[in-house]
Design a protein. Structure first.
Length: 115
């Protein structure tokens, strides 16, 4: 199983980024996919979740209305579109997969929001 995140970087407040997580080694279309983040000195928190076939989504309160999670089952990829970024969004962002059996994490990608 592999989850490879990309798209992180350094942006200014108010700007946007799109994270991608390319998955392999399991049946992606039936897996619940989510993004989590962890800032220095803080616990890892759930950012957004997308269910399998139905595409139902759920967001953490701090990102509602600014972030959008989506998936492309043909490409085995989940995305996180992040708009109106704030300094408090600075963290390492992790992709998580929950297929029918097991659970997996990516290696993380750094997002830094600073002027």
């Amino acid at each position: 199983v592999q989850l490879v995140e990309s798209g992180g970087g350094l942006v200014q407040p108010g700007e946007s980024l799109r994270l991608s997580c390319a998955a392999s080694g399991f049946t992606f279309s039936s897996a619940v996919m989510s993004w989590h983040r962890q800032a220095p000195g803080k616990e890892r928190e759930l950012v957004a979740t997308i269910l399998s076939f139905g595409g139902v989504t759920k967001y953490g309160d701090s990102v509602k209305g600014r972030f959008t999670i989506s998936r492309d089952n043909a490409k085995n990829t989940v995305y996180l579109q992040m708009n109106s970024l704030k300094p408090e969004d600075t963290a390492v962002y992790y992709c998580n997969a929950r297929p029918l059996l097991g659970g997996y994490w990516g290696q993380g990608t750094q997002v830094t929001v600073s002027s």
